[in-house]
Design a binder for this molecule. Structure first.
Ligand code: F6P
Length: 318
C-alpha cells in the first residue's frame, strides 16, 4: 500500500513530530509513504518524493515542517481539486494524510468528495477547531507568548506603563486567553467577548490606584491592530501605553511536551485508521482521549469558547 502525507496552511511546532509518527508507524505496518512538499500547491506541481525512516530522523524536536507548506488559491477551485485527485491517482497514492488547520481540512473534504481516501490531523497554532480540544502547535505558541509576556513585564514595570501584547489566532482568542491567564494579564481583548474598552480602562485605573505599577493587556489578532488600542487606552487612562506584536515568533521553535505528544498520538492513530479501513476522519483529542471523527462532522463542529477560563482570568486579574 502507498500513502501520501502533506502539511498545509500556517506551519505549527509539532508538525514534524506528526510527520515522523506517520512515517514510522506506516513503515512499521509495511506501508510505503510519499511526502508531498509545499502542501496542496506541491501536490498540483507533483513535488512528491518517497520518505523512509531516515527522512524523519532528528526532526521530532524541530519547529516548522520539513515538508514545507503553502496556501494554494488554485486548489480551492473545482479544477484544482480535480487536478490534485488526478496526481494522487497517477502516483498510486491510495490514502492522503493532511496535517493542517480548517482550510486544509476543507481541502481534504473536497478531495474526499471526489472519492479520495483522506485523514486529517489538526495542526495549527490557532486552536480554532471545534473537533479537537487542542491542535498541534497551540501549546508551544502559548509557551512562546508567556516567555514574551515575562520579558515585556520587566520593561513595562520599570517604566510604570501599560503594554498591549498582540498575539495570533485569527478569529479565535485562545492564544490570548491561555497566555493571558498563565501570564497574569490585567486585561484580555478577545473576539469571543464584546470589547468594553471604557470598562477595561476603568479596571486598569482601579488597579493603578491600588498600587499596581504596570499592566499587560493581551490582544487577540481577531480584534484589530494593537497600535489603535494603544492610542485609545492611553487617551482613556492617561498612562503611557506601548504595544508589542509577537508576530511569527509564535509559529516557530521546538515543540513543547504537549505538542510532541499530541503529534505522536495523532500520527500513530492516522495510520491505525488506515490499517483498520476507517479513513475519511480527523484524528482529535477530546476530554483527554484520542479518537477519530468523520471529516464532514469534524469540520462542522463549532468551536466552544472557554468562558470558564475567561471568568477565572477576570477574577485573578483584579
Ligand atoms: O493560522 C495560523 C496563523 O499564524 C494565524 O494565526 C495568522 O492569522 C495567519 O496564520 C498568518 O498567516 P500567514 O503566514 O499567511 O501570514
Amino acid at each position: 500500500m502507498r500513502i501520501g502525507v502533506l502539511t498545509s496552511g500556517g506551519d505549527a511546532p509539532g508538525m514534524n513530530a506528526a510527520i515522523r509518527a506517520v512515517v514510522r508507524t506506516a513503515i512499521f505496518n509495511k506501508i510505503e509513504v510519499y511526502g508531498i512538499n509545499r502542501g496542496y500547491a506541491g501536490l498540483l506541481e507533483k513535488d512528491i518524493s518517497p520518505l523512509n525512516v531516515y527522512s524523519v530522523a532528528d526532526i521530532l524536536q524541530r519547529g516548522g515542517t520539513i515538508l514545507r507548506t503553502s496556501r494554494s488559491d488554485f486548489f480551492a477551485t473545482e479544477a484544482g481539486v480535480k487536478q490534485g485527485a488526478a496526481v494522487l491517482e497517477e502516483y498510486g497514492i491510495e490514502h492522503l494524510i493532511i496535517i493542517g488547520g480548517d482550510g486544509s481540512l476543507m481541502g481534504a473534504l473536497a478531495l474526499q468528495k471526489l472519492g479520495v481516501s483522506v485523514i486529517g490531523i489538526p495542526g495549527t497554532i490557532d486552536n480554532d477547531l471545534g473537533c479537537s480540544d487542542y491542535t498541534i502547535g497551540f501549546d508551544t505558541a502559548v509557551t512562546t507568548a508567556l516567555d514574551a509576556i515575562s520579558k515585556i513585564r520587566d520593561t513595562t514595570y520599570s517604566h510604570n506603563r501599560i503594554n498591549v501584547v498582540q498575539v495570533m489566532g485569527r478569529k479565535c482568542g485562545d492564544i490570548a486567553l491561555f497566555s493571558g491567564l498563565a501570564g497574569g494579564a490585567e486585561a484580555l481583548i478577545l473576539p469571543e467577548v464584546e470589547t468594553d474598552l471604557d470598562g477595561i480602562c476603568r479596571r486598569l485605573l482601579i488597579g493603578k490606584d491600588r498600587g499596581k505599577l504596570h499592566s499587560i493587556v493581551m490582544l487577540a489578532e481577531g480584534c484589530g491592530n494593537y497600535r489603535d488600542y494603544c492610542v485609545k487606552i492611553e487617551e482613556l487612562t492617561q498612562v503611557t501605553t506601548k504595544g508589542t506584536n509577537l508576530g511569527y515568533i509564535q509559529r516557530g521553535g521546538s515543540p513543547s511536551n504537549m505538542d510532541r505528544n499530541l503529534a505522536c498520538f495523532m500520527g500513530y492513530n492516522a495510520i491505525q485508521a488506515i490499517v483498520k479501513k476507517e479513513t475519511g476522519s480527523v484524528m482529535v483529542q477530546r476530554l483527554g482521549g484520542y479518537l477519530g471523527i468523520p471529516l464532514e462532522e469534524a469540520i462542522q463542529m463549532k468551536k466552544i469558547f472557554r468562558q470558564d477560563i475567561y471568568d477565572i482570568a477576570m477574577v485573578l486579574s483584579i
